[in-house]
Design a protein around this ligand. Structure first.
Ligand SMILES: C[S@@+](CC[C@H](N)C(=O)[O-])C[C@H]1O[C@@H](n2cnc3c(N)ncnc32)[C@H](O)[C@@H]1O
Length: 260
């Protein structure tokens, strides 16, 4: 999104017309339907090229993995994964318009293998232990708009986030991996990821220039007493936005979640 050569972003006029007047709209399915009716492509956070190295570092071998993407929107993530050799991909989104558009777009590119379904990530319609990998980019963050004090989010927010995580944990295979690509900082995400019912270990990396994004890797069945360590535990970058990032990102969203 911030690199037009690698990921054509929608025009500013289009983006302006689809941006909401308040962040609460991000919690409204109708907002997404309306937005996707006019917006062809938008990458939240960064596009695949910025974190491909992290995917490849943590998912080996990737090609034989069955992958579930939560809240695909009109991102190109699934086709980028497909082009990297992962053919067993299922995308879901709450927005019927996003699903319809994604199905058409993939078919127009000759990609028939990727399944795209209308579904709620808070109530995943899959049997337990169905996927090697679950991935989301900016989708969990939506649950945190209007969450109140980030140190003490509203019970409704916590309940939704836990419903999502419980579903992800359930549909992951015993040694499956959940990848969460997020604005949310570790001191706000860890209390949720580390709930006692989850058996996954937790690591994270950052990527991006200026503003850093978080790439969480949760490996099911790997939780140990000392598995809460992480490569960048004490290295949480300060928030520093370049003007071009302010221009190119959906700033309204980020200003709301940047403390998460
Ligand atoms: C911030 S956008 C991220 C889109 C995409 N992942 C990307 O990186 O560009 C959030 C997406 O999540 C979808 N979404 C919101 N709530 C959802 C839910 N409960 N279940 C599934 N999808 C949801 C929205 O329709 C939207 O497509």
């Amino acid at each position: 999104m911030d690199d037009p050569d690698q990921s054509p972003a929608p025009t500013r006029s289009l983006k302006t017309s689809v941006g909401p007047s308040t962040v609460s709209a991000y919690l409204d399915p109708l907002y997404w339907d309306k937005r996707f009716s006019s917006e062809e492509h938008y990458e939240w956070l960064k596009d695949y090229s910025h974190f491909r190295h992290l995917i490849q570092l943590h998912l080996q071998p990737v090609s034989s993995s069955s992958v579930l993407e939560l809240g695909c929107g009109n991102s190109q993530l699934s086709e980028e994964l497909y082009n990297d050799g992962i053919t067993d991909i299922t995308c879901i989104d709450l927005s019927a318009v996003a699903v319809d558009n994604m199905q058409k777009r993939l078919l127009s590119k000759g990609i028939k293998d990727i399944k795209v379904l209308e579904a709620d990530m808070l109530d995943l319609p899959f049997t337990r232990e169905s996927f090697d990998v679950v991935i989301e980019k900016g989708t969990m963050d939506v649950l945190f708009v209007n969450s109140g004090d980030p140190w003490n989010p509203r019970p409704e927010t916590v309940n939704k986030a836990m419903a999502m995580l419980q579903g992800v944990h359930r549909v992951l295979k015993p040694d499956g991996v959940f990848i969460s690509i997020s604005f949310g900082q570790p001191h706000f995400r860890r209390p949720l990821f580390e709930a006692p019912e989850f058996t996954w270990s937790i690591e994270w990396n950052t990527f991006g220039d200026g503003f850093h994004y978080f790439f969480y890797i949760l490996k099911k069945g790997r939780r140990t007493m000392d598995s809460e360590g992480c490569s960048e535990k004490f290295d949480i970058p300060s928030i520093c936005l370049y003007q071009e990032e302010l221009d190119n990102e959906d700033y309204l969203f980020r200003t709301n979640v940047e403390e998460l």
